[in-house]
Design a protein around this ligand. Sequence first.
Ligand code: NAP
Length: 259
Amino acid sequence: MDLGIRGRTALVCAASKGLGKGCAMALAREGAELVITARGREALEATATEIQSLFKVKVRTVVGDITTPEGREAALKACPAPDILVNNAGGPPPGDFREWDRDTWVKALDGNMIAPILMVRAVIDAMIARRFGRIVNITSGAVKQPIPELGLSNGARTGLTGFIAGLSRTAVQHNVTINNLLPGPFDTERLRSNFEFNARKLGKSAAELAKLRAEANPAKRFGTIEEFGDACAYLCSAQAGFITGQNLLMDGGSYPGTF
Ligand code: NAP
């Protein structure tokens, strides 16, 4: 299926690795021109080169922290009017809420709630004026099924989700949609670092924990960044203009509820 986004411009935040990279690759495969961001230059440039050589599309890079005003300004200067925005950033660290002070909470809210909202604010009116816009926020399965040690993430991302639920209903009449992708366990550096944290706590090896976790998933494996990117590309497609305000859980079936 041709997703109808050839030549569209996509700003994909936090995209040198992992889920953001998966989204960037799938959008590039569909012919979108990309601006991708990350804090580390080396991996970002390597990803841009890889995408360019695979899909022959224009890929520009912006080095910066998307959770800071400077990082956002740099990204938006390079790509002031994207047709597609994928919001992403690293997640907050795990821990015990008794150890988190106000500054820790503000940092988590800044990174995983306020930063994506400010990015949406910066681009949505131009999308509305052009009568095309697709915004995808990478959140977490923890929005539906909170993970106790990831309390900062549970809190910040649920705040983002509530805000987007309201906003998305106001923009869809202009062919501008906003949806959230909720990853369960995907095989990325972030997932591996969570295993290392829990392994230290439980006195097991990270590999052992990863194996147990994969076996406990109904799919008996972790998701791949390619699977994640394909779902993102569909939500960004011309055909997906009637889908908005949704939270698509991608977790191999591990959430046990009917809805
Ligand atoms: P990852 O493999 O660690 O990749 C994160 C990517 O984002 C890297 O390219 C990183 O590059 C970039 N990045 C991180 N913080 C950034 C920032 N402040 N500004 C700009 N770029 C930034 O992580 P992932 O697994 O893809 O996770 C992506 C998001 O999904 C995270 O918020 C994570 O918590 C969430 N999530 C992941 C899973 C999973 O199973 N993987 C499950 C649930 C939720 P630099 O470090 O160079 O900036």
